[in-house]
Design a protein around this ligand. Structure first.
Ligand SMILES: Nc1nc2c(ncn2[C@@H]2O[C@H](COP(=O)(O)OP(=O)(O)OP(=O)(O)O)[C@@H](O)[C@H]2O)c(=O)[nH]1
Ligand SMILES: [Mg+2]
Length: 237
């Protein structure tokens, strides 16, 4: 398995050259447009009618925040309605969360409360935002108020993966917030993890986040970059 990961030198090199490395997760019901939003941001293109994401997709991205190069791992999961809730490892060491609903399906807005509850069980402090997707289908929805985010004190974005409205702004904001959080974690466990990470870096140890072990749960993982799907691997956490 380790050699599989090693067969993606271009992606790994970016990770090791970066000044900072953050993980951003995406939550929301099936078919709200999570994958399309990521595709829109990463590839600036939109292909309707793609198959539902299978298990986990990891999108690699390199951003510049201030004068720092930041390696971003976007984690996209699929078919939550099928899987009901996420495995804890999905939340593990996440630095920000994008919660998406579909303005055309009320139930996906109602379900945000469940997603948010689960998120906070695992990641009580990380930055999170609420994203209302598919506004291209009916621009009048932007005059309505969706109070869930406001009640929780979360930033709110009206977006469209189809025409790109607000997509880049939302992702850029969240990358910045993820980096800010990683540098100043307000969760005690994160502070400890950050200390350990710095310690490892100082010692020059392998900081790979891919762990292989027989007893650990594994996921199918698609590595995707702007040039398309690079490889499919099994990820054990
Ligand atoms: N009109 C419109 N349709 C969209 C938009 N974003 C996504 N869609 C459509 O919504 C459907 C679901 O999009 P996906 O990105 O696959 O949804 P998902 O949330 O990743 O779904 P799962 O992988 O099953 O969890 C697709 O048919 C898309 O073409 C949008 O901004 N506007
Ligand atoms: Mg998907």
């Amino acid at each position: 398995m380790a050699s599989d990961v090693g067969s993606i030198p271009e992606l790994d090199q970016k990770k090791y050259d970066a000044d900072e490395h953050v993980k951003i997760i995406c939550l929301g019901d099936s078919a709200v447009g999570k994958s399309k939003l990521m595709e829109r941001f990463l590839m600036d293109e939109y292909r309707p009618q793609q198959l539902s994401t299978y298990a986990l997709t990891l999108y690699k991205y390199t951003a510049t925040v201030g004068n720092k190069m930041v390696a971003v791992d976007f984690w996209d999961t699929a078919g939550q309605e099928r899987f009901q809730s996420m495995h804890p490892s999905y939340y593990h060491k996440a630095h920000a969360c994008i919660m998406v609903f579909d303005v055309q399906r009320k139930i996906t807005y109602k379900n945000l409360a469940n997603w948010y509850k689960e998120l906070r069980e695992y990641r009580p402090e990380i930055p999170c935002c609420v994203v209302a997707n598919k506004i291209d289908a009916d621009l009048k929805v932007t005059q309505r108020s969706f109070n869930f985010g406001k009640k929780q004190g979360l930033p709110f974005y009206f977006v469209s993966a189809a025409d790109g409205t607000n997509v880049v702004k939302m992702f850029r904001d969240m990358i910045k917030r993820a980096v800010d959080y990683k540098q100043n974690p307000s969760d005690f466990m994160d502070e400890v993890l950050q200390e350990l990470e710095n310690f490892d870096l100082e010692k020059g140890e392998d900081n790979s986040e891919i762990f292989i072990g027989p007893k650990k749960p594994c996921y199918l993982l698609n590595y995707i970059s702007s040039s398309g799907v690079i490889a499919v691997n099994r990820l054990c956490l």
